[in-house]
Design a protein around this ligand. Sequence first.
Ligand code: SAM
Length: 269
Amino acid sequence: MVHNILRKYGIRGGDHDQHFLVDERILDRIVEAADIQPHETILEIGAGIGNLTERLMKRAKKVVAIERDPALVDVLRDRFGDDGRLEIIPGDVLEVEFPAFDKVVSNLPYSISSEITFKLFRHDFRLGILMYQYEFAQRMVAHANSEDYSRLSVNAHYFADASIIMKIPRGAFSPPPEVLSAVVRLEPRPAPFEVADREYFLHFVTAVFGQRRKKIRNSIIRNKQLLGIDIRDFVDEIPQEMLDRRPENLEPEELARLANILYAHKQNT
Ligand code: SAM
């Protein structure tokens, strides 16, 4: 069926992150994991030929599907055109404004996973069931002191409980991608530690993870312009053992403590 659709609409597939999920069992498991209630609005990013969309529409009050490829927008319109439960937003997910939604369920375009995830973190929603490249998913759920721990892990931990719930083989897609995939369950919740200023904390995390293997003291000093403060003026007030570690060895709450100290001094100068 995928091949017929692709041929009919002149879509090559494999380009622009276009790997369509065709394994019925996995499609069903993704929708099950989303636990969709009849009053909910679901956001789907990169709806493709609509295999996931169709299942989401059966359960939700409304599905809002964002799709950039005009040929795939035509497929979605032909397939579900007059069904009032579907709203199609043609365009680039990074440029369109997200509507209000309860849950986001998507097989994402992998080349912009990071940008999409950081955009999602700026919205209010109850649950995300999201397909990523496996390595990206691992970075998202990584803990301090591991190879995969990164700016992404700290952001994910700040915004949500994140866990890998399924590892997906290449053969579940048509055409098969070159990489393994994983489905991540993302449940937004209040941060489990105190942050004096959210934007400053996120900015701090981005700055120090630019040099994750340097002692954090050096990253902070090197980024003094960006962070708006020179810690050499008040270095005695910061626990030295924290400054001697590398960003990759600091827990998210320890990074928040440091960002809070810097922010307080910045406010007082
Ligand atoms: N959801 C479909 C499925 O599971 O079969 C398709 C998933 S495919 C991995 C990703 C989809 O995202 C493709 O349909 C592609 O055209 C679309 N896409 C790629 N970049 C996009 C962007 N910047 N904005 C919106 N959609 C995009």
